[in-house]
Ligand binder design. Sequence first.
Ligand code: SF4
Ligand code: FE
Length: 497
Amino acid sequence: MNQADDLWQDFSKPIVTADDYFSSLRGRDMNVFFMGERVSEPVDNAVIWPSINAMAETYRLATERPELGGVRTEVRGRPVNRFLHVPATSDDILNKHEMQRELGRRTGTCFQRCVGLDALSACHSVTFDIDAQAGTEYHARFLKFLSRAQEANVVIGGAMTDPKGDRSKPPHQQIDPDLFLRVVKRDEKGIYVSGAKAHQTGAVNSHWLIFMPTMRMTEADRDWSVVGAVRVDSPGLTYIVGRQTNDTRILDGGPMDAGNAQFAGQEALIVFEDVFVPFEHVFMDGEWSHAATLVERFTTYHRSSYVCKTGLGDVLIGAAATAADHNGVENVSHIKDKLVEMTHLNETIYSSCVAGAAKSKKLPSGAQINDEMLSNVAKHNVTRFPFEISRLAQDIAGGLVVTMPSEKDLQNNEIGPLVRKFLGTKEGLDVTDRMRILRLIENMTIGRNAVGYLTESLHGAGSPQAQRIQIARGMQAEMKKALAKKLAGTKSSSKES
Ligand code: SF4
Ligand code: FE
């Protein structure tokens, strides 16, 4: 048995249901920390659990709606989960986006599983390209890994963002070489990597991680030009789970103040210390000139994956409309207009993602990829519109979003009746329903899930400037000037004409 066979042994029974998924996370000997303490069993940690439950929703969707959560291709008599299917047609990408919007609607947060899919999709074509150029065998290794992942139906996490240190310097010039993940040692069986990956979505909730370079590399960065897959419970990995706004409200007793007690996202800092990767799971090793293509393809996929935020937008629009109903202002014209504006912004995001899927193209490996310009435009919309949608939601909801008494006040014998009396608005409306909707708006716009809806929308898959650079590269200003000059009939041949 080779090294890779060994590593897959624990996954011989496929993970099919959400319960299978929860069980699969138990008993792993992982080095996880949250708020300065080791977390021996993340599934049983009340603050981490909503993020695990959001990931579990991807399994629920696949069993409840196999046509959306899975693809036609079957493995062991069941459809391959769509999160493990490298898109091969435009329809595959469109269906992926429909699935992402649906999961955003169901969870109101980041369900975390797209990064791994987009890493798989980018690796499919880049391993193919490297082999074609260098005669290596990465693509076959990758396909074997992919089919094992599909059979076991595991969660693959994607780990791209290095800590990066001094942004003006490439990896080999950093004061600490670990500021970018790199190969530190080799033996006859594989490589050993050290460094870290920051802001890693769903890291603790995954089964495997694919690590990839985060930017263009130079020849001197050969050791940092590495792609591979590791089990999340590999020796040498440490996870430091990120703090989120209001995350510990879930511990306050009663779910109401959490706003969305069922679902949340998760990011972690992953530290790699001499982590072994057998050659069977190494998909790039020193081919530095392919790092830029890998990053560009990953971001092209992932920037459109942010269609997920339209599902969250649907929830927030619904919450704002319900808050308006509760206040008796549902027919006031400026309220209706604000809901229309929110919808327009949300559907603008959706339309750019769908357009990028419709205009997708096939790569030599057979993988289909979104249109690069439209994908960057889509993500750039996402860096802005959720902020405006959130502003409008707070505008409609009113200041009570941030001044409302707690669930504990409601339960207090002395002041509970006062809270009920003075938050009452309409015959037949339970005051706690009004409070729940306002807490949900708080959760999504300044609370725990604003991490996913707002700041992740800003920085995830690249901060706004990263998209502007790509948009500038593709904007074809000279071609457009020529169009204008032709119609205007300019005479001079110089660029200034
Ligand atoms: Fe998926 Fe959206 Fe979360 Fe990224 S932010 S992993 S695209 S749900
Ligand atoms: Fe993300």
